[in-house]
Ligand binder design. Structure first.
Ligand code: ZN
Length: 413
């Protein structure tokens, strides 16, 4: 599937040295540096295209865009893959509710998403893969799991034995009780009779009347959620045989830690015989005015609507960077209004004939970003620089800072 327009990233002057990037890893519950590499492999879970991009999505893809930008700035290459869950229960349910063809609904939302990503200046993935187009490789990964003796049938549906990996649960750190609760909330079926373990994950759902299906060695049907991402990541990122893990970063929102990323990691470990990812990185949830943002509450804020109403996408980026990516945080119209003022002041300072010295603020942005993407600290240093420039401090031209803001923070001012 086509991704979106390439983003030009200005180079950073070589006199700036970039330390290794440290990121919080959900699995080891600690901040660890990424091993220095010439090529990084990153997989980020994409949208289920039944609703437009809301600020929660924007915050997630911004987080991985910042990681992408930092690694590129260090001189390394990045192979970045993202999926689209373009066949799933919520998509079929929404299409049936609205009397729409599920393919048309998916296409319309994918188009909106692409437009939002372009507006937000997000670097496109190298491979943007829909599950439907990846069906043969998903099916072949399922067959490999069966060959490894890790699957069984319940009626005609195929399940994966989660305890095939003795480390099951080690990436998400939840009690059995909590796992059962969340599994049930997020598409799992712990109470289904015939399952060997309540947490065993669906791999292949046999064809149901009225639903789309694809042929497979297990009969016509469609895949479960977790194996899709695992199969797409392993096939499109082409793991390096010499690495300890198949990929470097598995990413997404914190609502994917369990069951989705735990299950993908377990299945990936069986398929490749090693840990799936070096770092499991998760961005926090976004609330609105202190209340959790969710479809059921009807309080989602959509990027496309904000932009259509005249908001500057760079201000949306700035507002999201005003808090740390890993935290659950609240959005408000006041936050956006303040960000818009900062963007105006930043533009004005960058357009001065002479502005405050810029090397210090660039060093501070680099140091902040290398430390688990501390955007709060990075923005604070930019605000200090704006104050200094507005107060008449001079001696520098803004070109180098302008390039650094774009290459490291995606602020194309
Ligand atoms: Zn995923």
């Amino acid at each position: 599937m086509n991704s979106w327009a390439t983003v030009a990233i200005p180079p950073l002057d070589r006199r700036f040295s970039l330390p290794e990037l440290s990121l919080w890893d959900t699995a080891s519950l600690g901040k660890r540096p990424l091993e220095k590499k010439e090529l990084y492999r990153i997989y980020v879970c994409g949208i289920t295209p039944y609703d437009a991009t809301h600020l929660g999505h924007a915050a997630t893809y911004l987080t991985f865009d910042l990681i992408h930008r930092y690694l590129l700035a260090t001189g390394s290459r990045v192979k970045f893959v993202q999926n689209i869950t373009d066949i799933d229960d919520p998509l079929l349910e929404r299409a049936a509710r609205d009397g729409q063809d599920w393919r048309e609904l998916a296409q319309s939302q994918i188009d909106l998403f692409r437009g939002d990503m372009v507006n937000l200046h997000i670097i496109p993935p190298d491979h943007y893969i829909g599950v439907v187009e990846a069906m043969p490789l998903v099916e072949s990964s399922i067959a490999k799991l069966s060959e490894a003796g890790t699957t069984y049938l319940v009626d005609d549906d195929l399940y994966f034995k989660v305890h095939s990996d003795s480390d099951f649960g080690s990436r998400s750190h939840l009690s059995q009780e909590k796992m059962l609760e969340i599994f049930s909330e997020r598409g799992g079926d712990p109470a289904r009779p015939g399952k060997q373990d309540p947490l065993d994950a669906l791999l292949w759902l046999a064809h149901r009347p009225g639903e789309p299906s694809w042929p497979s060695r297990n009969g016509d049907g469609r895949p479960g959620w977790h194996i899709e991402c695992c199969a797409i990541a392993l096939n499109y990122l082409q793991p390096d045989e010499s690495s300890a893990t198949s990929i470097d970063i598995q990413g997404g929102g914190s609502d994917l830690i369990f069951p989705h990323h735990e299950m993908s990691a377990v299945q990936g470990k069986i398929l490749e015989g090693r840990e799936f990812a070096s770092h499991y990185v998760h961005s926090g949830m976004i609330g609105l005015d202190g209340v959790k943002m969710s479809k059921s509450l009807g309080n989602l804020v959509f990027v496309s609507k904000l932009v259509a109403a005249g908001s500057d996408p760079m201000a949306i980026r700035w507002a999201l960077m005003e808090s740390h990516y890993s935290e659950d945080r609240s959005w408000s119209s006041q936050l956006l209004e303040e960000a818009e003022v900062w963007i105006i002041r930043l533009r004005a300072s960058l357009s001065m004939m002479e502005c405050a010295p810029t090397d210090g603020v660039i060093d501070e942005i680099i140091a902040s970003q290398s430390d688990n993407l501390d955007t709060v600290r990075a923005l604070r240093s930019i605000k200090d620089w704006i104050f200094a420039s507005e107060s008449g401090s001079s001696g520098s031209s803004a070109g180098e800072l302008s390039r650094a803001l774009d290459s490291l923070l995606g602020l194309a001012i």
